[in-house]
Design a binder for this molecule. Structure first.
Ligand code: APR
Length: 252
């Protein structure tokens, strides 16, 4: 069965080939082919739990053990997952483009494990913990149950951004500057439902960058982006690399 040819607009290929700066925003869809459930899809991570039950400061103070157990469970899944071709394609792009920034909403750490270097984890990383009281932070080794701070004895918490919490302002500012100043902006595997991450694509558009959306389903950005390619990130992102660099430039 011949592989279905991925239709990529010639302009997208040309813009990627000539981009001096590229910023990328990823969401859970990029990790889907590593076997990690997305948040809002039919197999959504939230399926068995309401987000406000587990991923809020209120839920943590009400039942820290339940929240820690859920994050230990999630970290176990992530530890057993591997980066997929979508992650690896972004590593390749970073090698090829001078000014490259990867902004991710994902907390699974798979971009770093794949080899990406300039990664802005704007929603944090579930393999790290920080104290709920003092500035202490620590990588999370294999742990069960509630983790306490070695420095002050208070509860540690997963170093992720919960619903109702604000993102790290310095990190977010950097993400906006990179998105708004990029020649090209690729947004992959995100429903674009959560702010402020979703507005990075519009910052890129306002900055005059060429915005290419890669997603399994249409999103609110579809129609606003310069181009949208519907399909799996694990197919499309490597195909972009192949068409522009490794496999010879071909028109769509
Ligand atoms: N390739 C590309 N896109 C995919 C794939 C795939 N293999 N599989 C799923 N998708 C798309 C879905 O169509 C969906 O639009 O990925 C998107 C995932 O959207 P969400 O589940 O909403 O995840 P995300 O956009 O990352 O959520 C943002 O919401 O709950 C919070 O903090 C959490 O970071 C998360 C944020």
């Amino acid at each position: 069965m011949p592989e279905t040819r991925i239709e990529i607009p010639a302009e997208a290929l040309e813009r990627l080939k000539t981009a001096g700066s590229l910023a990328v925003l990823t969401g859970a869809g990029v990790s889907a082919e590593s076997g990690l459930p997305t948040f809002r899809g039919k197999d959504g991570l939230w399926k068995n739990h309401r987000p406000e039950q587990l991923a809020t400061p209120q839920a943590f103070s009400a039942d820290p053990k339940l929240v820690w157990d859920w994050y230990h469970w999630r970290r176990g899944i992530v530890r057993n997952a591997s980066p997929n071709p979508a992650h690896l394609a972004l590593v390749e792009m970073e090698k090829r483009i001078e000014n490259f920034t990867l902004i991710t909403q994902n907390v699974d750490g798979l971009h770093r494990r794949a080899g990406s270097r300039e990664v802005l984890e704007i929603h944090g990383n579930l393999c790290e913990a920080r104290c709920s009281v003092c500035p202490a932070s620590a990588p999370l080794e294999e742990e069960e149950g509630i983790v306490t701070c070695e420095a002050c004895g208070a509860f540690m918490r997963p170093a992720v951004v919960w619903f109702g919490e604000s993102l790290d302002t310095a990190l977010l500012e950097k993400a906006y500057v990179r998105a708004g100043g990029s020649d090209m902006f690729i947004v992959a595997g995100t429903s674009g439902m959560v702010q402020p991450a979703a507005s990075l694509s519009y910052a890129a558009l306002r900055g005059g960058g060429y915005v290419l959306e890669v997603n399994l389903d249409p999103t609110p950005l579809t129609g606003e982006a310069n181009a949208t390619i519907l399909g799996k990130a694990g197919d499309i992102l490597p195909e972009l690399v192949r068409r522009v660099w490794t496999g010879g430039m071909q028109s769509a």
